[in-house]
Ligand binder design. Structure first.
Ligand SMILES: [Zn+2]
Length: 329
C-alpha cells in the first residue's frame, strides 16, 4: 500500500467525512481544499484521487487493482493534473482547454474522470473563465479537486462552483506523534511546530538542515542589526538566500515582537529562543511601527509571489534598512 492512499493523520476526521459522502453517492463534482501551506491539503487530495479511481475501494484505495497500479506507476488515463509550467507562476488557458476536452470524453477505465488543479489560484483570468462551464456541468462521474493556499485569490465564480473545505492547522495533540517520529523526539517536534505556526509539514521543512542554517544566519543578522550593524552590508551576506524565506521569517518574528510588545509576556511566542533579542528590540521600536513593518513585509512577499518585483536583492536591502531604522530609533 503506498503512503499516499491515506491522508496525514490529523486529517482523518475530514477523510471520514469524504468517505461517507462518496459511499452515499453524494460527493460533489467539484471540491476546493484550502488552507495554509503545510496543513496537508495535498495528502487529502491524493487519498481522494486514489480512492475515486480505485476499482475496489475500501476505507482507502485498495493498492492492488489495475487502477491503483497505474496510479502508482505515475500514469492513469482518467486522471489529469494541472499545474503551472516549470518555472512559471501562472496556469494559462491552454491546459484548461485540455481539461475541457478531457471532461467531454468518456472515462477510459469506465469509472471516474478526475482533474486536480493546484495551486488553483495560479489560474489567470482567461484560464479561470475557460474552466467555468466544465466546472458547472462536467457530466456524470467527474471529480474536480482544486487546491489553494489563498482561496481569496480565486475568482468568486470559481469558488462558488466548488464545495469549499477549509483545512485549519491541527491541534498539537493530533500531529505531535507524527512529527516527533520524523524529528527524533517530542521536544524537537514541539519547537519546530511552534516555529511553523502550528503547521506540521511546514515544521518538517523548517527543521531541514538548509532551513536551519538560514534561520541561524538570520538570527545572527538580527543580532547584528540590534547592535547597530550596517544593513546593506548585512544584506550582501544574505545574497544567495531566498528572499521569500527571509521575509517569511521576518513576518513570523515581527508577529512575535508585536505579541511581546502588546502583552509583555514571552510565553506565547513562536520563537522562544529569540526572546533575549526581542527584548532588546521592543525597548526601541514602538508597536505601531512594528505593525507598519509587518504590512510592508506582507506586501513585498505578495508582490514577489506575483512576479511583480524584479529585483530581490533590492527588496532585501530595503527590508533590512527598515528593520535597522526601527531597531536604532
Ligand atoms: Zn485499487
Amino acid at each position: 500500500m503506498s503512503e499516499e492512499a491515506r491522508p496525514l493523520p490529523w486529517l482523518e476526521p475530514r477523510w471520514q467525512e469524504l468517505v461517507r459522502l462518496a459511499d452515499a453517492g453524494r460527493l460533489p463534482h467539484a471540491l476546493l481544499f484550502s488552507g495554509p501551506h503545510g496543513v496537508g491539503k495535498q495528502s487529502l487530495a491524493d487519498a481522494l484521487v486514489a480512492r475515486t479511481l480505485c476499482q475496489h475501494p475500501g476505507e482507502i484505495a485498495c493498492g492492488r487493482c489495475h487502477a491503483c497500479q497505474m496510479l502508482a506507476a505515475g500514469y492513469h488515463p482518467d486522471l489529469l493534473r494541472v499545474a503551472p509550467e516549470e518555472g512559471k507562476r501562472q496556469i494559462r488557458i491552454d491546459p484548461i482547454r485540455e481539461v475541457n476536452a478531457f471532461v467531454s470524453q468518456t472515462a477510459q477505465q469506465g469509472g471516474y474522470r478526475v482533474i486536480v488543479i493546484a495551486p488553483a489560484e495560479a489560474m489567470n483570468v482567461a484560464a479561470s473563465n475557460a474552466l467555468l462551464k466544465s466546472l458547472e456541468e462536467p457530466g456524470g462521474r467527474t471529480l474536480f479537486v482544486l487546491l489553494s493556499d489563498i482561496p481569496s485569490h480565486l475568482l468568486p465564480t470559481i469558488r462558488s462552483r466548488c464545495q469549499h473545505w477549509a483545512l485549519a492547522a491541527p491541534d498539537e495533540d493530533a500531529c505531535l506523534a507524527w512529527l516527533a517520529e520524523r524529528l527524533g523526539g517530542d521536544e524537537e517536534a514541539r519547537f519546530w511546530l511552534r516555529a511553523a505556526g502550528g503547521l506540521p509539514q511546514r515544521a518538517l521543512e523548517l527543521a531541514e538542515p538548509d532551513a536551519r542554517a538560514l534561520r541561524q544566519q538570520l538570527h545572527e543578522t538580527f543580532d547584528a542589526l540590534v547592535r547597530g550593524a550596517e544593513p546593506v552590508a548585512e544584506a550582501a551576506r544574505l545574497d544567495r538566500q531566498s528572499i521569500d524565506a527571509i521575509l517569511w521569517y521576518g513576518i513570523a518574528w515581527l508577529e512575535d515582537l508585536i505579541r511581546l510588545g502588546l502583552s509583555g509576556n514571552g510565553e506565547a511566542l513562536r520563537n522562544p529562543d529569540l526572546l533575549p533579542l526581542y527584548r532588546q528590540a521592543v525597548k526601541n521600536g514602538r508597536v505601531r511601527d512594528w505593525f507598519r513593518l509587518l504590512d510592508y513585509a506582507r506586501e513585498q512577499r505578495r508582490l514577489l509571489a506575483e512576479g511583480g518585483n524584479p529585483n530581490p536583492q533590492l527588496v532585501l536591502e530595503a527590508w533590512l534598512v527598515r528593520w535597522s531604522a526601527l531597531l536604532r530609533s
